[in-house]
Design a protein around this ligand. Structure first.
Ligand code: SF4
Length: 232
């Protein structure tokens, strides 16, 4: 599409806290909407019915769970925290401290018996996109915030992973009804170098001028068609 526009930046961004999910979804299409979100706090509305409800139900199921019951490859430990906000110290790019930090709410954290932590992100999904690699920057952002917290003691995150429930069939006992899901745990390898690259890329974009829109985003194509019709 290659639209070019000039937009005056305010003196400071409207928000300086980076959402971990923006490191996956935000950067996977084009960064123009992200730039607008951080400088003007104008966010494209999402339409994800049921996603939050299903994730909450799944997360509740694992409160207090044993990690080795979740997956035999995991260290011994117990899920002790859920749905807590984490905020990092300012992010460093090329050795320089920036104004940007991570702020996000993780799903599950376990305390391992050896004193380390394990981080788990819950998903209810049948999407083939739910690969460990796709979500790696998001999980790394939570791990980074736990290891470099704005307040409190730094922890060591020994493992990260996705816990995916894939709905497979309907279920009913006459009174209660639902879906039966297959469960898989997908380990996500720690990769500090890749995370540093993603952060540098995002911060460079945010500190620059308004980026051009991506060529394939259905939302921008829709908006352009609307503008052609000259209707709001
Ligand atoms: S292509 Fe348009 S709608 Fe899509 S992310 Fe970029 S600016 Fe936003």
């Amino acid at each position: 599409m290659g639209q070019t526009s000039v937009m005056r930046k305010p003196l400071t961004p409207a928000r300086e806290f980076i959402s971990p999910s923006d490191l996956t979804f935000g950067l996977s299409t084009c960064s123009r909407c992200l730039w607008i979100k951080y400088w003007f706090k104008v966010t494209m509305p999402g339409a994800f019915p049921l996603v939050g409800t299903l994730a909450d139900l799944q997360e509740k199921h694992f409160r207090g769970a044993s990690m080795t019951d979740i997956d035999s490859s995991l260290k011994e430990g117990t899920v002790t925290k859920w749905g807590e906000w984490v905020k990092s110290t300012p992010l460093i790019v090329n050795g320089e401290s920036t104004r940007w930090r991570i702020l996000g709410k993780y799903d599950l954290v376990a305390h391992n018996t050896d004193g380390t932590l394990a981080l788990i992100d819950c998903k209810v999904s049948d999407s083939t996109r739910d690969s460990a690699q796709f979500y790696a920057p998001q999980l790394e952002a939570y791990a980074h915030s736990l290891e470099s917290p704005a307040t409190g003691k730094p922890a060591h995150v020994a493992s990260m992973g996705l816990l995916v429930w894939n709905p497979e069939e309907g279920f009913s006992d006459g009174e209660r009804h639902g879906f039966l899901a297959g469960q898989k745990y997908l380990p996500v390898e720690r990769d500090h170098t890749q995370f540093a690259k993603v952060i540098e890329n995002l911060i460079t974009v945010l500190e620059g001028e308004l980026p051009e829109s991506g060529p394939t985003c259905a939302t921008c194509n829709y908006l352009i068609e609307r503008a052609r019709l000259d209707v709001l």
